[in-house]
Structures are given as structure tokens and as C-alpha cells.
Design a protein around this ligand. Structure first.
Ligand SMILES: Nc1ncnc2c1ncn2[C@@H]1O[C@H](COP(=O)(O)OP(=O)(O)O)[C@@H](O)[C@H]1O
Ligand SMILES: [Mg+2]
Length: 264
């Protein structure tokens, strides 16, 4: 049974688009046919981040307004078999697209794919409504900062008024060294504060950009990749395994790594 998941946050810049792309790559490499849907009308960046922007012929609005079939608007990734992008528009009168039309597009995508991952715009206005109304499940992304967690809390309350079957949180940009020394909020704290389970933890990782750009080779050995892989496995198999950001900072060598991070 196909699953449609909206990746949302309330606060911008916490890593939604990056996570959407990385999850897409990993699901596809697990043999699960995946499509990434950009619902950020006007500020589209999924096509840019995935490196397919020059291949865009039709977009989601062309599909909605019957200028093409959904299949014609999909762009396949050159590196990962089974991964597609449905791009959004560059400039458009956003209010012309209603949530029902976007939902119809995701419903038709669900008949062709295993996973439909919807990248939600920042904020809680029309764009948020369109994205959340089109999904069955929600992943709320937050960083371990109070401002992001507060926005995640507001968004979770809002999501509960939609027909969303499952809400979980992804804690992104986690600094394992700071977590180890008790200087930052942990996944357990976030889960308690928000009253929602944490599906995954992704560490702060400079390699995450290269990972998200489909035009670049995937850094499979990076911590960000491994953490996102655990998240995808947890979503798909319910494995319950979550990336342990503190692990490499424990013990004697961990102490050296912690001191090195402080110097950097
Ligand atoms: N785990 C991470 N480690 C380091 N940088 C990250 C991580 N996740 C996201 N970023 C960076 O944060 C910035 C914002 O990410 P983006 O995915 O565009 O956020 P959003 O879609 O929520 O606005 C980007 O520069 C991205 O590379
Ligand atoms: Mg984004």
C-alpha cells in the first residue's frame, strides 16, 4: 500500500527539503519507487536541490490545469533508479491552486509509487494547508532549538485537525558532542515536550549538501546518510532503531573528538 508523507516544520530552514531529497534517495535505493512532490509554489527549490531544474518542462500546476498528464511532468533522477521529482512552479498566483487539486495529484501518484514524499513550504498558510491536506502521514522536522520546537508544537496541533493517520518528529542538526555534555535538548526531551514519538535523529553533517544534490555522488559513508537510512528503515519496517549522535563522543577517543570539535 503506497504511503504519502508530508515533511513539514512551521519554521523555515530546519532541513525539510534536504531531508525530503535524502529520504527519496534512500527509499529508492531500498527498491521502493519514490516521488518527491514540491508544493512550495513560487519558492520552489526541490528541483534546484535535486539538480533537475534544467530538465523541468511541465510542473504540478500544468498537471492540475490539465496541460499535461502527471507522467509527463515527472523527472527521473539520473543516479538513483526509481526516484522521481514532481516540480513546482517558479512564479505563479499561488491562490489559484486549491488543496483538493493537489490532493488529487498525490492520490494519482499513490497508484504508481510506493512512497509519495511532499515537501511542505515554511509557515502555516495556504501552502501548508495544501501540502498537509494531500498526505496520510506527517513528519515534523525540528532542530534542537526552542524556537524550532515551539513552531513544531504549533504545527502538530494544527496537523491534528487534518485527516493525518500518523505524526512523528525528526530531530535534525543534532550535535552529538553537545548532547553528550548535556548542553542541548535531546530526542527524548523533544518527544516529551511535543507528545509525539521521534522517528529519527539526523546529526549536523557538512556532507549533507552533497548527499542531497542528485547531480553529485552520494556520500554513503557519511553520518547524515547513515542516520537518514535508519530513519527510512524505521518508517518502512518499524525497526525502532534511531541514530545515536553521542556514540562517537563516548570513551577515550570520544573525549579527544569532543575537544577537537570545541577547537574547530
Ligand atoms: N543535518 C544537517 N547538517 C548540516 N546542514 C544541514 C542539515 N540539514 C539541513 N542542513 C542545511 O540547512 C539549510 C536549510 O535546509 P533546507 O533543507 O533548505 O531547509 P527547509 O527546507 O526546512 O527550509 C541548508 O543549507 C542545508 O544544507
Ligand atoms: Mg524547503
Amino acid at each position: 500500500m503506497a504511503r504519502s508523507i508530508v515533511v513539514t516544520s512551521g519554521k523555515g530552514g530546519v532541513g525539510k527539503t534536504t531531508l525530503t531529497v535524502n529520504m527519496g534517495r534512500i527509499f529508492a535505493s531500498m527498491g521502493l519507487k519514490t516521488v518527491l512532490v514540491d508544493t512550495d509554489m513560487g519558492l520552489n527549490n526541490l528541483d534546484v536541490l535535486t539538480g533537475v531544474e534544467n530538465k523541468v518542462v511541465y510542473d504540478i500546476v500544468d498537471v492540475i490545469e490539465n496541460r499535461c498528464r502527471v507522467k509527463q511532468a515527472l523527472i527521473e533522477d539520473t543516479q538513483t533508479t526509481g526516484l522521481f521529482v514532481l516540480p513546482s512552479v517558479h512564479s505563479y498566483d499561488k491562490s489559484r491552486v486549491d488543496a483538493q487539486s493537489v490532493r488529487a495529484v498525490t492520490a494519482s501518484l499513490k497508484t504508481r509509487f510506493d512512497y509519495v514524499i511532499i515537501d511542505c513550504p515554511a509557515g502555516i498558510e495556504l501552502g501548508f494547508h495544501r501540502a498537509v491536506a494531500s498526505a496520510d502521514e506527517a513528519l515534523v522536522v525540528t532542530t534542537p532549538h526552542l524556537s524550532a520546537i515551539r513552531d513544531a508544537d504549533k504545527v502538530i496541533k494544527l496537523i491534528k485537525s487534518y485527516e493525518i493517520k500518523k505524526i512523528s518528529v525528526v530531530l535534525n542538526r543534532v550535535r552529538g558532542d553537545k548532547e553528550y555534555s548535556g548542553e542541548t535538548i535531546t530526542a527524548a526531551d523533544v518527544s516529551e515536550m511535543l507528545g509525539v514519538s521521534v522517528a529519527g535523529v539526523v546529526p549536523e553533517d557538512d556532507g549533507i549538501n552533497a548527499l542531497s544534490s542528485l547531480s553529485e555522488p552520494c556520500k554513503k559513508r557519511s553520518d547524515g546518510y547513515r542516520a537518514t537510512e535508519l530513519l527510512c528503515r524505521n518508517i518502512h519496517f518499524g525497526s525502532g532503531a534511531i541514530y545515536d549522535a553521542q556514540r562517537k563522543y563516548r570513551g577515550l577517543f570520544g573525549g579527544i573528538k569532543r575537544r577537537m570539535r570545541k577547537i574547530v
